[in-house]
Design a protein around this ligand. Structure first.
Ligand SMILES: C[S@@+](CC[C@H](N)C(=O)[O-])C[C@H]1O[C@@H](n2cnc3c(N)ncnc32)[C@H](O)[C@@H]1O
Length: 302
C-alpha cells in the first residue's frame, strides 16, 4: 500500500506541470505529441481520474448559469465513473421548463421500449440511452443556433435532433457528418421517412476535416453532439476543434463518456480520457453533468 502511495505522491506535481504544459499548446498535433511521449512513462488517465479530475468535477455541481435551471445535483464525478461500474445515469433537465418533460415528443424517449433495459428501441437502429436522447432533444429544442451531429450512422441521433428542431418551431438546421457513405444513405432514407428533410444536411467526411472546413467558412453551431470515432485520438481531435465552431453559451455532448470500455485496456475506447484532456481542463468550458452515458459541457467564453 505504502509503495502505491509513494508512487502516486511522486506523480502529482509532475502531472500538474504536464497539464499546465498541455494547456499552453494550442495546436492539437502538439498536444497529442506531448501526451503520447509522456504516456510511454506514465499512465496519465488513471492518475488524472484520481486527483486532478476530482477537483474539476465535484460531486455537488452548481451550474450557476442565468438561463439554465438552477440545478445543484449530485452528479457522478469523473473519478467515480472511472472507478465504479457505472454504465448509465439519469436524465435531469438543464434548461428551465415546467414539468418533467418539454412535451410529448420529448417524453416519448423515456416511455418507448428499450433494448437491454437501456437503449431506446425506435424504428432506427442505434445505441442511444433514453437519457441521451432526452438530453439531445432538450439541448436542440432550446438551441439558439445550428446543430452539428458528428457520427450519423443510420440516423438515430439525427432523428432526435430533427424532431426537436421541428417541435421548437425554430429555423435552425442540423449538419450531420459520417465517414461511411453506405450508412449515411440509410440515414437519409430513415429521416426522409420521418420528418422534413430541409432541416438536415448530410455530409460524408472525416469529422475533424469537416470541422476544419467549417472553421474556414466561419460556420457556427450552438450544439455539437460527438458520437463518431470513439478512440482517444479521434475524440480529442474533434473536441479541441469545438470552441472554434461554437457560439458562446453553446454545448458539447460526448456520447459514451460513461462507458466501462473507456477503462478496459483491451478496448480502443478513449472518450472519457479525451474529453477530460480537452474540455474538462479548458477554462472556456464548464462541465454540466452526465446524462445517460453522455457528458455535457458548456462553452462559456465570450
Ligand atoms: C456509434 S456510431 C454513431 C451513432 C449515431 N450517432 C446514432 O445515434 O445512431 C459512430 C459513427 O461514427 C462514424 N465515424 C467513425 N469515425 C469517424 C470519423 N473519423 N469521421 C466521421 N465519422 C466517423 C462511423 O462510421 C459510425 O457510423
Amino acid at each position: 500500500m505504502n509503495k502505491i502511495i509513494k508512487k502516486i505522491a511522486f506523480k502529482i506535481p509532475y502531472l500538474k506541470k504536464l497539464y499546465q504544459k498541455i494547456n499552453k499548446l494550442s495546436e492539437y498535433e502538439d498536444r497529442i505529441k506531448l501526451l503520447e511521449k509522456e504516456k510511454t512513462n506514465y499512465n496519465i488517465p488513471y492518475f488524472r481520474d484520481a486527483f486532478t479530475i476530482e477537483q474539476q468535477t465535484p460531486y455537488k455541481l452548481k451550474i450557476n448559469q442565468p438561463d439554465l435551471a438552477d440545478y445543484e445535483q449530485n452528479f457522478y464525478s469523473a473519478s467515480q465513473i472511472a472507478h465504479y461500474n457505472i454504465n448509465t445515469t439519469p436524465y435531469i433537465p438543464t434548461f428551465k421548463f415546467n414539468g418533467e418533460y418539454i412535451n410529448n415528443n420529448h417524453r416519448y424517449y423515456s416511455m418507448c421500449s428499450k433494448n437491454g433495459d437501456v437503449c431506446i428501441n425506435t424504428d432506427i437502429e442505434g445505441w442511444l440511452h433514453a437519457a441521451d436522447a432526452l438530453k439531445i432533444y432538450e439541448i436542440t429544442y432550446f438551441s439558439r443556433g445550428d446543430i452539428l451531429n458528428l457520427g450519423t450512422f443510420k440516423g438515430l441521433s439525427a432523428s432526435v435532433i430533427v424532431q426537436a428542431i421541428k417541435d421548437s418551431n425554430n429555423y435552425y438546421k442540423c449538419d450531420s457528418v459520417d465517414i461511411n457513405a453506405k450508412t449515411t444513405k440509410i440515414a437519409k432514407k430513415n429521416i426522409k421517412n420521418k420528418i422534413e428533410e430541409d432541416k438536415i444536411d448530410f455530409f460524408v467526411n472525416d469529422c475533424s476535416f469537416f470541422m476544419d472546413t467549417m472553421m474556414i467558412l466561419n460556420r457556427k453551431y450552438y450544439f455539437i453532439f460527438i458520437d463518431a470515432g470513439h478512440g482517444y485520438k479521434n475524440t480529442f481531435s474533434v473536441a479541441v476543434r469545438c470552441s472554434k465552431l461554437l457560439i458562446p453559451g453553446g454545448f458539447v455532448l460526448f456520447h459514451d463518456y460513461v462507458d466501462q470500455r473507456n477503462f478496459d485496456k483491451k478496448s480502443y475506447y478513449g472518450v472519457f480520457q479525451a474529453a477530460n484532456d480537452s474540455l474538462l481542463i479548458d477554462k472556456n468550458f464548464i462541465f454540466c453533468g452526465v446524462f445517460g452515458c453522455s457528458a455535457l459541457f458548456r462553452y462559456v467564453s465570450d
